[in-house]
Design a protein around this ligand. Structure first.
Ligand SMILES: [Zn+2]
Length: 239
């Protein structure tokens, strides 16, 4: 009898853990769907009515629970709240030119994942990114960028080098570098953040990535290469 109870206990613990991790994965999938559904509305011009009322502000003042962390470029044409048709309190945004991450950006991502329990990190690059283009230009001119811009280009450099190696027209090289840069950023988040690694292994956080088209407004998924990063992700086309 005692043995049986012990077995039942172990079974229950395993079941509870399995259910918890499943919920985490489901939350991330839902968060991803929420972003992609919002992008579809943005593209078709059928935005949701945003609740920006005094009551909503007061409710959010008590606490935030953003469903996704969006890491994207500072480019004025790439506003995540608009292109994903989200409202206040919906997305925790980290923006740097070229959507690269340093310690401060990583700390921001970790804060949202660990303390606000956002289940999804979405890395969003975009068509004709100026930071990526500037990095390619630097290679060509073999010059040195001014001021602190070099710190950004240094981060984008591996993607630019890979794109140059692959070759093609100038547009093709830029396009390839933008995609590579999204992959590298997601890889860096996973490699340099033990908190995200840990949450990912516990199925509490997923990383996904995409590219925003300046022309059409569409976000297309990018298959990530980072270990435990894409988890199958979403389909390549169709949103
Ligand atoms: Zn950009």
């Amino acid at each position: 009898m005692r043995k049986r109870l012990k077995f039942l206990g172990v079974f229950l613990i395993v079941a509870i853990f399995a259910a918890a991790s499943l919920t985490g994965a489901e939350d991330a999938d839902q968060a991803l769907k929420k972003l992609m559904d919002g992008n579809k509305r943005y593209v078709s011009g059928t935005f949701l009515q945003r609740d920006l009322s005094d009551a909503k502000r007061k409710e959010l003042a008590k606490g935030q629970k953003p469903s996704a962390i969006v890491v994207t470029c500072s480019d004025s044409r790439v506003s995540p709240e608009l292109l994903f048709d989200q409202s206040i309190g919906d997305v925790f945004v980290v923006r740097t030119a070229g959507n690269v991450v340093d310690k401060i950006a990583l700390g921001s991502i970790e804060y949202a994942a660990e303390h606000l329990h956002s289940p999804l990190v979405y890395v969003l690059g975009h068509e004709k990114c100026g930071a990526v283009q500037a990095t390619l230009d630097t290679i060509e001119a073999k010059g040195k960028p001014e001021g602190n811009i070099g710190a950004i280009l240094e981060k984008v450099m591996p993607a630019a080098v890979a794109a140059n190696k692959k070759g093609g027209s100038k547009d093709e090289i830029l396009e390839y570098a933008v995609k590579e840069n999204v992959k590298n950023t997601s890889k860096e988040i996973m490699e340099k953040s033990s908190i995200i690694q840990h949450l990912s292994h516990e199925n509490k956080v997923k990383i996904a990535g995409g590219e925003y088209s300046l022309q059409t407004g569409k976000v297309e998924a990018i298959e990530l290469t980072a270990e435990k990063a894409s988890h199958g992700g979403h389909e390549k086309k169709g949103h």
